[in-house]
Design a protein around this ligand. Structure first.
Ligand code: COA
Length: 168
């Protein structure tokens, strides 16, 4: 198996526009119209959970950002967007970003992680659909996935997903 040469780092302010460019390249136009973006408006990302993956010459290959959110009154990490440059997809870079991001969330004391995405991909990291966790519309409920970082972290957690400042 070929070794992936990638340097992981926390995103720094100088990375911001390069990361935005990679999101623009990998997501469909109008990505900021997605409902999950409403949960990021005027909310600072979690700096320990925003990671860049660069190749040895410094070219940005992949990124992930995370935001704090809450479900009902329960805090959760909102993971994503995650993106890998089209020329580097299929090498396991997203998996490296995901695993490091999840480890960082656990180390920071978070109990649960939420994302909107394809279960067939994210189940390999332990994500499963969470019932009655309601994202701002329009969101396909089958794509609302949760990961427990401590046993039972999603038990009984239901309700609207909101920005921390809008929580009960
Ligand atoms: C999704 C994405 C981040 C995966 O990055 P990556 O570095 O290629 O992922 P990995 O190398 O870790 O994993 C690749 C594997 O996941 C599979 N995969 C990728 N996207 C998938 C999806 N949406 N559903 C199911 N499987 C998927 C690939 O087929 C591949 O399978 P294989 O290991 O059997 O060959 C990347 O394709 C991307 O940036 N896509 C555009 C942006 C996007 O859709 N982001 C996710 C939003 S929820």
């Amino acid at each position: 198996m070929q070794e992936i040469k990638i340097h992981l780092a926390r995103e720094v302010p100088g990375d911001w526009w390069e990361v935005e460019e990679l999101y623009d390249l990998t997501f469909a136009p109008g990505r900021t119209a997605l409902s999950s973006y409403r949960l990021r408006e005027d909310v600072a990302p979690l700096p320990d959970l925003c990671l860049t993956a660069r190749d040895p010459s410094g070219v940005l290959a992949g990124v992930v950002r995370c935001w704090p959110t809450c479900v009902g009154d329960a805090p959760a990490v909102l993971l994503g967007p995650i993106a890998v440059h089209p020329t580097r997809q299929g090498e396991g870079i997203a998996a490296i970003l995901m695993m490091n991001c999840i480890d960082a969330a656990r180390s920071a004391g978070w109990s649960r992680v939420l994302l909107v995405g394809d279960h067939p991909y994210y189940k390999r990291f332990g994500f499963d659909p969470v019932a009655d966790v309601i994202m701002p519309p329009p969101t396909n409920p089958d794509r609302v996935l949760g990961l427990s970082l401590v046993d039972g972290a999603w038990d009984g957690i239901t309700g609207q997903v909101r920005r921390p400042k809008d929580c009960i």
